[in-house]
Write a protein that binds this ligand. Structure first.
Ligand code: 5AD
Ligand code: SF4
Length: 463
């Protein structure tokens, strides 16, 4: 049976020479998306709650976790090469665990590929981490947590780095079935977290000094759609979060075009602490490719949302994800993507070459363009995106923006933080006593922008 709360066990099992309990040390290496970064924070929270202490160096760690991603083949290769390195430096008698999406996808095959691995854990099984470590510690070989039944959703305590910004999970898993995507099989079906849990976690974070939160979910704007448990829609969740005193900024990622709503746009427009930035993956600018990808929308439908957002929320930043070289992509279909990038004036875009993933609907198709064609297409697309976003950055020169300070370096007098549109700015701050602290808002005049970033000078500390 799976416990309904993460199990608390004491990992301080070994005795030190003084007879006092000797805490276990751990090190987590993280690959992949923000969701994975936050999963590592949650695993750190569980381990620390059980008495273990984090160390900076894997050589010193008794428990090493490699939190993997498997979205593209390159992600697998990175994690495997790191595993090869870590397996050589692991401590005698220590634990080497592979967690995350690659662990879930490969399952016990990973034990065959890297026999030194002691423990596997999928992203939906995080709260079983401690009991599984206990099983490994008591001598069981090759403990496979990826075969456990999916627990109902809970968020274990997370250990976050100190700072102004924090991630908060509102939804796990994914019910979409994009033909290229491995995530529904690694993270399981969509589950939305109860509203009250989310609000309480954010209140606690504000009390700890965090000032900006980013809500995480695979299709975050589809929050609450599936469950009839009174969670309500995503826009109502945003409105409730907006009421929390002391919280300065709210962000969320990733949104899906199919789950967009006028009510969400209206909420983003009317609630000032919801930041004017939407990451809305388009994937392709060609209807035929979108159909083969099983994305569930057309370019015209995407255009509706892009236009509405630009009209209702002036200055909004719209960013996206794009895939080139998907099965059967012709030159003309690729050019449709380039035209869409121009038309939608994306402020930024992540772009990738399609990578076939085992167990996805598109895996069986072998109609991809030749690799060298896809490489060239990606280069062309990235050059276009870069030139568009440099142009947008250049237009910011001379303007005044509000930056939330994330880091402050008293040696150089430079504050690093983001604009509401999520642009990173390095700000020279001089003549202010006290200087800005992480979590403070400052008014900044933008002086310059280049490939290395946007720079400005503070003209007021808002606090
Ligand atoms: N190949 C290439 N890119 C992919 N993505 C997801 N699956 C694949 C794949 N098999 C991209 C999509 C998604 C982003 C997180 O990764 O653009 O939005
Ligand atoms: Fe994140 Fe997807 Fe990679 Fe899993 S496979 S870590 S969900 S990007």
């Amino acid at each position: 049976m799976i416990p309904s709360e993460p199990e608390k066990l004491n990992l301080n099992t070994k005795e030190s020479r003084s007879g006092a309990p000797h805490p276990k040390t751990f090190f987590i290496k993280t690959f992949g998306c923000q969701m994975n970064v936050h999963d590592s924070e949650r695993m750190s929270g569980l381990l620390m709650d059980s008495g273990a202490i984090p160390v900076e160096n894997p050589e010193e760690a008794e428990i090493i976790l490699v939190n993997t991603c498997t979205i593209r083949d390159k992600a697998d290769q990175k994690a495997l090469s790191d595993l090869g390195r870590l397996r050589r430096i692991r401590k005698e008698g220590g634990i080497l665990a592979v967690t995350g999406c690659m662990a879930q996808r490969e399952g016990e095959e990973l034990f065959r590929m890297v026999p030194d691995v002691d423990l596997l854990l999928g992203p939906s099984q995080i709260r079983n981490l401690i009991p599984l470590i206990e099983r490994t510690s008591s001598g069981e070989k090759h403990v496979d947590g990826t075969v456990l039944p999916l627990p109902e959703m809970t968020t274990p305590p997370a250990f976050r780095p100190e700072g102004a910004t924090a991630f908060v999970t509102v939804q796990e898993g994914c019910d979409k079935a994009c033909a290229y995507c491995v995530v529904p099989s690694t993270r399981g079906p969509e589950r939305s977290r109860p509203v009250e849990d989310i609000l309480q976690e954010i209140r606690d974070l504000v009390n700890l000094g965090y000032r900006e939160i980013t809500l995480l979910g695979q299709n975050v704007n589809g929050y609450g759609k599936k469950e009839m448990n009174g969670n309500g829609a995503f826009f109502t969740l945003l409105q409730k979060i907006h009421e929390i005193p002391g919280l300065k900024r709210i962000r969320f990622t990733t949104s899906h075009p199919v789950d967009m709503s006028e009510a969400l746009v209206e909420t983003m427009k009317s609630f000032p602490r919801i930041m004017p930035h939407l990451h809305l993956p388009l994937q392709s600018g060609s209807d035929s490719v979108l159909c083969r990808m099983r994305r569930g929308y057309t370019v015209e439908e995407y255009r509706y949302w892009a236009k509405l957002l630009r009209r209702e929320i002036p200055g909004i930043s719209l960013t996206t994800d794009l895939i080139v070289g998907f099965c059967g992509e012709t030159e003309e279909e690729f050019l449709e993507t380039c035209r869409a990038v121009e038309e939608f004036r994306f402020d930024g875009a992540f772009s990738f070459i399609y990578s076939p993933r085992p167990s996805t609907p598109a895996y069986a198709l072998d109609t991809m363009p030749p690799r060298d064609v896809s490489v060239k297409r990606l280069e062309r697309l990235q050059a276009q995106i870069e030139s568009q976003s440099s142009e947008i950055n250049r237009l910011m020169e001379g303007s005044i923006v509000e930056v939330l300070v994330e880091k402050w370096d008293p040696e150089t007098g430079v504050a690093i933080g983001r604009t509401p549109q999520f642009r990173n700015v390095k700000t020279k701050v001089s003549g202010y006593t006290p200087p800005p602290f992480p979590g403070d808002l400052i008014s900044v005049r933008i002086e310059s922008s280049s490939k290395t970033g946007i720079r400005g000078t503070a003209i007021r500390i808002i606090g």
